[in-house]
Every structure is written in structure tokens, then in C-alpha cells.
Design a protein around this ligand. Sequence first.
Ligand code: SAH
Length: 268
Amino acid sequence: MDSDQAYSTPPIRFVLVGTQHPGNLGAAARAMRTMGFSNMVLVAPEKAPNHDTDAMAAGAEALVHDAPVFASLAEAVADCGLVLGCTARSRRVALEELPPPDAAVRALGAVANGREVALVFGRERTGLTNEELQLCHAAIHIPSDPTFSSLNLAAAVQVLAYALRMAQLDARRDVQAVPNPTETHEGEVPASHQDLEGFFGQLDETLHAIDFHKGRAPESAMRKLRRIFLRNELSIKEVRLLRGILADAQRMAMLANQPSTVSDKDPM
Ligand code: SAH
């Protein structure tokens, strides 16, 4: 018996967004399968899987054919507690940036903590859009040659799948649990992606209500704020507390904006 059958690989989903070449879907499936992963998710692939997919998958084509297909990245990761976006462009995103080994440790820590984890890969020509990267808790950059930084999609999948496998093998060797520096407090349920998007929506409304932006571009403040909160992997309880504060701020802003009726009539 293969010794790998004695343990299961972590339930981490590999999300391929807008893939343009069906052959790359197959090559990515093969890359995942060789490292023991089988949970592939597709977001609006440009072309349906075809004979190139099967040829490149070399026996792993079931991963592609069984993959759920979503219309948007937001839908594909709605239930995830950790979403990591792979980008060929280093330091061009307002997100914490992790190299693959650190990302792997973070991902396994999150899985151990009961979270659903997604690794997100972009289109061959254009990668992930800024809006898609904004949905991620952190970015992963494979530190390639800056003058030729873009790996083939399936090659990037292979590097990440390998990093995850190495981290898992390390964790098994070292009996201690995988460290996770940003773990939520024990026993607390991690906030899902949807919970956080609800919070960000309310934060955006509140900033407008309290006139925080004062003519500056709201997007820039929101990008920075998202980065702060996404970095911290909040629990549901923590998100509830923050939303409570926002609700009070919104109520105060509404009161402050109401035309005063008392002072007109008040003889004092
Ligand atoms: N021309 C695109 C590159 C797309 S390559 C761009 O500039 O973004 C297809 C996908 O493979 C990328 O979206 C990314 O998810 C992954 N990828 C390629 N090179 C990578 C790298 N150096 N680090 C992390 N991910 C990479």
C-alpha cells in the first residue's frame, strides 16, 4: 500500500479564474493530482474543457470534469475563511504578500482551524483583476525573475501544490501542530468570506455617513482598510462586535444630520 493512503491531503480548493487555454486546465489538474489534491473549482472558463484538456491531464482529467463552475470569484469563495490569490506581479497589490512556503503554512493552519481555504489563479494573459484580488485575504507571489516573472498557469499551480505538500510533510514529521500566527482565539468560529463582505459593505456606508472621505477617493481608503481587516482572519464574534460599532456610528451620524427641532423651540 502506498504510504500516502494512510493520510488524507488537506481539503484546499484550487480556483482557476477565467482560464483561456483548455490544455492548461488539464495540466493544472495533473499538477494538483501529483501532489495529492483533487478539489478544483472553475470560475467562468473562457473555453470548455476539450481534447487538449484530457491530453494534458494525463489521467487526471476527472478533476476538471468534476469541477464546479461559478460565474464569479465571489461566488466560488463565498464560504471560505481564507482566500489566497496568486499573482505574477509582485508588490503591485495593496495586500500582504506571501511566498509559497509561508502561504502553505498559513493555509494548513487555517484548515486545522476548521476554515475552508481557496488558492486562486488568474487568466493566462491578464492574471486576476484588481477587484478579484480585493476578495483575497493575502497575495501569493512566487519570487520569480522580476524581468520575466510570469509562470505558466499550471506551473504556478504545481509550485503551490508542492509547497503545500512539503508543509504538510513537515508538519507530520514535526508532531507539533502547524503554527498559524494569525489564528483566531480558540473555540471561535472563523468569519466566512460572505461575513467579511457584509462587514465591508457596512464599513463603506458608515464612512460615507460620517463624511470620512471629504472629497478624497473612497476606493483608496477602502483598499487600505480591507487590507487591515483581511490580514487578521477575524472570527464571527469579532465581526459582530465591529458591525455593532458601525451600527452605532451610523445611528449617531443620522441623528447629527437630522434638522434640529428642539433648539428652535427651546426658550433656553
Ligand atoms: N500575464 C499575467 C500572468 C498570468 S499567468 C499577469 O501579468 O498577471 C496565470 C496565473 O498564474 C496568474 O494569474 C497567477 O495566478 C499564476 N502565476 C503566474 N506566475 C506567478 C508568480 N510568479 N507568482 C504567483 N502566481 C503566478
